[in-house]
Structure formats: structure tokens, C-alpha cells
Design a binder for this molecule. Sequence first.
Ligand code: GLN
Length: 305
Amino acid sequence: MDKIKETLHQLFDDFQNFEDKGQKATYIPELAHIDEDLFGVSLSCLDGMQISLGDATTPFSLQSISKVLSLVLAYNILGEDLWKRVDVEPSGDTFNSLILLELEMGIPRNPFINAGAIVVADILISHLKNPEEVFLKFIQELAQDTSIQYDLNIFHSEKSVAYRNYSLINLMKSFGNIHNDIDKVMDLYFMMCSVSITCQQLSKAFLFFANDGTHPLTQQQILIPSRNRRINAIMQLCGFYDEAGEFAYRVGLPGKSGVGGGIIAIHPGLYAVTVFSPKLNKKGNSTKGMAFLERLTSELNNSIF
Ligand code: GLN
């Protein structure tokens, strides 16, 4: 533990001079307003110990990291039948690509590209009376923090420019893989992406992935161990879109990124760590976040491989 603490502090200092060639996301107009120099890190251990540095208590937009938690809800509802609607293969394509969807008859490659998460949102609408409320309560409970909320400015902003996401859902609807009204499904998808969260809250919320599916702080079983392993496997293979190989190679942990600048990574049996830095590389992943996690697992000489 001392070694982790020492390393995090050392790296955090080193990264003050990091030359960041990334650019913050601007395709969602509201995201363009964020201060691009924010930089936060929070690492939670299974015993509840948390090390937080920099802007770890500044909220940012959860965006695609929400796809992991919506998947947990849908997986627990449908079990293995879920995989009839969405596959578990890396896409090798951008997060909002249409190409494979046409070739593969409206079945998304995996739940962590936009098309896959939209199918997951459709499933939640089919099975839950108030999925929006269930999703928010779920995150609040995982992070043990009821201050976590949806950000309606982000929601409306994304919705106003979501031409590509609407084309994805229309294509899937034409193949019969969307069962509900498309506007209802998209609203849930945008809402889940709009959650405003801090590094501290996020590393705590994802801790159960490092503990065989049981939240170590509440002892609540969120996923049975086999499902937990499977979601970790999907994070490893698909969590960074067409850069999943690069993340596995450089960092060596399952994880998930979002265009809000957040990255969550899991070390099964040890910790969950969040890094937040808004500037993204061309694949939509935080440049500093990836570089920081690469240094972390290198210095600790410890990845899952
Ligand atoms: N809400 C964003 C979108 O649908 C999420 C993308 C992301 O974080 N990669 O485009």
C-alpha cells in the first residue's frame, strides 16, 4: 500500500510537466466549456483506503464509462440471453461507427461501442419501470454518495447534435434489434452518459469489479463472480474502442474511457483507479490518463498479465 501511495504521489508530480498534445471533445458543445487543464487521480483499495490527488473532487461527464454500469444492470436482468442482442468482440472501429452494424445485421460488436450501449438502454426500458431512476440510484449506491446527479445541460447539448447516434439506432431498429420507441431509448442513453461524477466517487463505485463482483465496502453482491470476470474481460478487449489493444499493451488492466476525459481501470484483487484529464487523443481516450496509467503499472511492475 505504501508503495502504491508513494508511486502515485511521485507520478502525479512528474505529470505536472506532461506535454499534452490531445484535444478536449467539442462535438458535444457543452463539453467544450470544460477547463482542459484539470487533472485528477483517485485510487481505491479493497480495504476502503483511497488515495486522491489533484482535481479528484471536480465533477466531470461520465459519458461512455456509463456503458459498463448499464451493462451490469442489463446482464443481471437477461443473463446469457443478453448476448443474443449484442456481441462481445472488439470492434477495431471508432465508438460511433456504422460500418460493421450494416454488415452484421444490426447486432453491435460489443456493449461498449455506442450501438451496443444503445441496445442495452433498449433492454433496460423493456424491463424496468423507471430505468433513469434505477440507473442513478445504482451509481449513488455504489459510490455511497447521493450527490451524484444527471447533468441536464450535457444531456440537451448531446441530444441536439446526436445525428450519428440516431442513425445507429435507426439502422438497428430496421434490423429488429431495438424494441422500444427510438426517442425514448436515446433519451435514456444520453441521460446515462450525462452523469456528473468525480474521480473519488468513480473509483469507489467500480471497486466491486476488483472484488469478484462484491462491493467490499457494503458487502453487497453486485455481480456473481463469473459475470464479474466476463465484464472485466469485455473491458479489457473493448473498453477503449479501436485502441483497446494499445491500452492492454501499454497499461495491462481492464478499463473504460469516456469522452468527458475520464478513465477507470481495475486491478482485480487490488484496486480501482480513476484518472481524469479532458484532452483526448484521436481515438477519444484521455492522453494524459493513458500515459499516467501506463507509468503506474510500469512503476508498480504489476498488471494483470
Ligand atoms: N455520449 C457520447 C456519444 O454517444 C459517448 C461517447 C464516448 O464517451 N466515447 O457520443
